[in-house]
Ligand binder design. Structure first.
Ligand code: HEC
Ligand code: HEC
Ligand code: HEC
Ligand code: HEC
Ligand code: HEC
Length: 283
């Protein structure tokens, strides 16, 4: 009896050693590698760059050092049901600005030709920190309330470029699809002189937008109703413009007159420190 117990203890000791990876045997080496990989994975997953304040200063190259796959990945050549991608067109792909074969979400916002021409989106324009553990936000007492779920960004950001065309505010009889003809299909019929102080934010290219929009109003419409994912419009800040000195219309009474601080050229992450100081003193 005592003999068997001793043997059991010895076997246990042996296996514990192998399990802890201390013995240098084949299995132990494997376990060690797995452990190291798991540690590296968790360290990367919890890398402070995913959270405030580090994420606000993160450069795209830093994120891409670990996440290059989001630009390399391509859409499936065929849907799971067997429909070839090149034979399908969604409604938003019929805008005249839509170019090339189908592309992934990230590529359409970062590297396709229209994206590069008129936008300057960065990872942290959209990604503002997420909860690595939570599939659903706020599901525990210790969850951080200001973090979004994994793979989710604040939809207000999307709404800025994918909201409904606000015909009511513009005093236009109906949606642009119906009324474009009345105005020669040209937004600049009015916007040469109305709300001309626009797009001065760090994720857009204002001069390129005006140039492209003057040639083809679908460029403008694309971000202001032509690719609408929402049934509401974005309440844009109403920047004063030369000629705007009249009474403020009722709908605009609660509107900000400047873009959110992190997007502004004088207060965003690219702002010169001296500029920032002046700004802080002034406010
Ligand atoms: C050191 C490597 C590393 C860096 C740098 C890094 N990440 Fe990550 N990130 C990870 C890992 C690992 C995960 C977990 C992936 C998983 O569980 O599939 C992750 C998860 C994410 C997720 C959640 C998606 C998911 O699948 O859970 C997002 C969004 C994300 N990262 C964005 C960013 C952004 C934006 C930056 C730059 C500000 C960044 N990451 C920088 C390694 C990194
Ligand atoms: C226009 C806003 C936007 C920009 C810009 C953006 N992302 Fe995302 N990202 C999203 C959204 C929305 C999702 C969720 C998409 C999904 O689940 O399919 C996402 C998902 C991810 C994921 C999860 C993995 C995946 O593919 O679903 C990673 C990692 C990630 N983004 C990294 C980045 C990095 C790195 C950059 C900069 C090079 C970047 N993102 C730029 C909005 C953006
Ligand atoms: C700064 C403006 C801007 C923001 C912010 C923005 N988008 Fe876009 N989005 C565009 C433009 C422009 C295109 C068309 C790009 C092209 O045709 O190459 C586009 C295209 C798309 C497409 C079509 C992709 C395809 O398969 O062709 C989807 C889906 C989309 N956006 C969803 C979103 C979501 C979700 C968000 C928020 C996370 C978002 N967008 C934020 C401007 C924006
Ligand atoms: C008939 C003249 C007219 C035409 C044509 C027109 N707009 Fe407007 N737009 C206006 C007026 C008026 C306002 C509100 C001005 C103010 O703030 O008092 C406005 C406001 C806007 C706003 C800001 C809305 C808000 O809620 O603050 C956007 C964005 C806009 N127009 C985009 C466009 C685009 C894109 C087109 C072409 C597809 C277009 N407009 C065509 C007259 C026009
Ligand atoms: C790539 C997307 C994109 C394109 C293209 C675009 N816009 Fe915009 N526009 C935006 C965004 C985002 C804002 C809000 C920016 C901010 O926060 O100040 C905006 C704001 C505006 C405003 C409100 C101005 C104010 O008071 O701040 C008007 C008017 C407007 N756009 C008209 C146009 C016209 C006209 C064109 C074509 C010449 C055009 N947009 C093309 C994305 C776009």
């Amino acid at each position: 009896m005592i003999g068997t117990r001793l043997i059991t203890a010895a076997v246990l000791l042996c296996t514990t050693q192998v399990w802890a990876g201390g013995s240098g045997q084949a299995n132990g080496g494997q376990a060690n590698d797995d452990l190291r990989k798991a540690e590296a994975y968790h360290a990367a997953r919890w890398d402070p760059i995913h959270f405030k304040p580090a994420i606000d200063k993160a450069k795209d190259e830093q994120c891409l050092a670990c996440h290059q796959e989001i630009l390399d990945r391509r859409v499936l050549p065929k849907t799971p049901a067997g429909v070839p991608a090149e034979e399908t067109l969604a409604w938003y792909q019929t805008l005249t600005t839509y170019e090339g074969p189908q592309e992934t979400f990230h590529r359409r916002h970062l590297v396709t030709s229209l994206a590069k021409q008129v936008m300057n989106l960065k990872c942290n324009t959209c990604h503002q920190g997420h909860d690595p553990r939570e599939e659903a936000s706020g599901s525990s007492a210790t969850a951080q309330p200001d973090l979004t779920m994994r793979k989710v960004v604040d939809p207000q950001i999307c709404l800025m470029c994918h909201g409904k065309f606000d015909a009511q505010v513009m005093g236009i009889p109906g949606d642009w699809y119906q009324s474009a003809k009345l105005f020669n299909n040209d937004c600049l019929t009015c916007h040469k002189t109305i709300r001309t102080n626009r797009h001065q934010v760090n994720f857009l290219k204002p001069e390129a937008i005006e140039q492209a929009g003057a040639e083809n109003s679908d460029v403008c419409f694309g971000c202001h109703g032509g690719r609408a994912w929402f049934r509401v419009s974005y309440p844009y800040p109403r920047h004063p413009w030369p000629g705007s000195e009249g009474p403020v219309p009722d709908w605009a009474k609660d509107r900000p007159t400047e873009s959110p601080a992190r997007f502004r050229l004088d207060t965003g992450p690219e702002a010169q420190p001296a500029q920032k100081e002046r700004q802080e003193k002034a406010s």
